[in-house]
Write a protein that binds this ligand. Structure first.
Ligand SMILES: Cc1cc2nc3c(=O)[nH]c(=O)nc-3n(C[C@H](O)[C@H](O)[C@H](O)COP(=O)(O)OP(=O)(O)OC[C@H]3O[C@@H](n4cnc5c(N)ncnc54)[C@H](O)[C@@H]3O)c2cc1C
Length: 417
């Protein structure tokens, strides 16, 4: 039971934040129709609008309201209602993206982080996992740990970032030099289209019976397959010539990755690749099947400290000539904040005083050839580490136990597309 004082404080806070006010009259009918159709939460009060008006970026925009779906049926219903009102739909995970993608004026936010956050299935033999979009990346990796597997794209925000948001953003992290980015690991999706139709995107061999069955139906899915195929085939040269060769491609739709040759040499179309990096603009992902990699048994870290940030940046191309599995740059602001914190101060102590920036390089036992270097990743790191013009360097072995591998072997799949 709340005390009188608590009740007074709650009432005051509700008044201040507008929690007790009726929904914005502009959106009243929309909110009512959503409540009729959705079993999850529908929040159109001012409190929810203010809460979801910000994300990890500098931008702010007040949505019409928020739907917290419990299942796919809720998502389909919410999209059908919002579309009928011509209201923009904004799928959202943790809202940690940095360029304003997770906020929008007058939109209906679909928050996947609360209920649709399950790991549905792990298939260790096929190295695949099927997840709901709201699962936090670290939670997925924790579930994969016992199988010695991991989902490779690792944004620094992985303790809150969701898989759905990572697919929306085509996310990656320090290990992108080793594994590439999210589109290489997104194999199948279940996506709700703007009219509420649910489709299952996967690798489909062009002109196969499966393909013909899809395109012969009188559905929006059929139209999408045909339109995308025509677009890619008619503009193949332009796409090949003009798409920039970026490691991280999020500057437009992935038309250059949607039709490709599979491992059996067949021409296939996989619309999943198109939804990756689309920032939720093509459809709302309600389930994803991801490919996984083995987690290295042993890693070693080398920290290169520089007196000048530009020197640290200039050293990156040289560092990439070595078999590093991760590259990360930190500046003195990070060290200053770490030094002031209880949890991280001890890690700053070994860093030389004049350090303006540090380059962190990682080696792992799968990537570093064991040829001629005994003792696993740490010794390999010491031997292979580039001699960069630094103020100092140190190496540290990870806590995972060492394991013997045949020289030059690598059990981890590297992205092929
Ligand atoms: C401190 C910090 C460090 C970061 N480091 C990195 C980094 O190293 N690498 C990196 O890539 N990014 C980084 N980011 C950016 C961001 O955290 C990541 O891109 C992250 O993967 C986004 O996940 P999210 O759940 O927060 O997505 P959100 O921000 O909620 O959404 C991201 C995009 O995906 C769309 N989306 C969300 N869910 C769905 C869905 N179900 N269906 C369709 N579309 C959907 C959204 O509409 C939006 O366009 C960092 C951010 C912060 C704050």
């Amino acid at each position: 039971m709340a005390t009188d004082n608590e009740q007074r404080m709650r009432a005051a806070s509700a008044r201040t934040l507008g929690h007790d006010r009726p929904p914005d009259p502009r959106y009243r009918a929309l909110a009512e129709d959503l409540r009729d159709r959705v079993t999850g939460e529908v929040q159109f009060d001012e409190y929810a609008q203010v809460l979801y008006a910000t994300d990890g970026s500098i931008y702010q925009a007040r949505p019409a309201g928020v739907v917290v779906p419990r299942d796919v049926a809720d998502v389909r219903a919410a999209i059908e209602v919002a579309t009928a009102y011509d209201a923009p739909i904004l799928p959202r995970g943790a809202g940690s993206s940095l360029a304003g993608q997770a906020v929008g004026p007058g939109c209906v936010v679909l928050d996947f982080s609360r209920y649709m956050d399950d790991v549905v299935e792990i298939d260790p033999d096929a190295r695949r996992a099927t997840v709901q979009p709201g699962v936090v990346q670290d939670h997925l990796d924790a579930a994969l740990e016992e199988h010695g597997l991991k989902f490779p794209p690792d944004p620094a925000s992985s303790n809150r970032a969701t898989i759905g948001g990572g697919i929306g953003n085509n996310s990656t992290g320090a290990h992108s030099v080793r594994y590439g980015i999210t589109d290489a690991y997104t194999e199948e999706l279940r996506v709700v289209l703007p009219d509420g139709e649910l489709i299952h995107t996967r690798e489909v061999v062009l002109d196969s019976p499966e393909y013909e069955e899809i395109v012969s139906a009188d559905t929006r899915e059929a139209a999408i397959y045909e339109t995308v195929r025509e677009l890619v085939e008619d503009n193949r040269e332009e796409i090949e010539e003009r798409y920039p060769t970026l490691k991280r491609s999020v500057s437009g739709y992935n038309l250059h990755k949607v039709i490709y040759e599979n491992d059996d040499g067949e021409a296939v179309i996989n619309l999943s690749k198109l939804f990756v990096g689309a920032e939720g603009t093509l459809g709302v992902i309600v389930e994803a099947t991801l490919s996984l990699v083995t987690k290295p048994e042993e890693t070693a870290l080398a920290l290169y400290c520089f007196e000048d940030l530009i020197d640290a940046l200039s050293a990156v191309p040289e560092a990439l000539e070595y078999p590093v599995s991760a590259v990360e740059l930190m500046d003195d602001e990070v060290f200053r904040l770490a030094a002031d914190s209880d949890g991280y101060a001890e890690y700053v102590e070994p860093i030389p005083e004049r350090t303006a920036a540090a380059l962190m390089l990682e080696w792992d036992d799968e990537l570093v050839s064991a040829d001629g270097v005994a003792g696993g990743a740490t010794d390999s790191a010491a031997a292979a580490a580039p001699r960069l013009p630094t103020t100092g360097a140190s190496t540290r072995r990870s806590r995972r136990p060492s394991r013997t591998r045949p020289p030059g072997s690598s059990t981890t799949a590297t992205p092929s597309r």
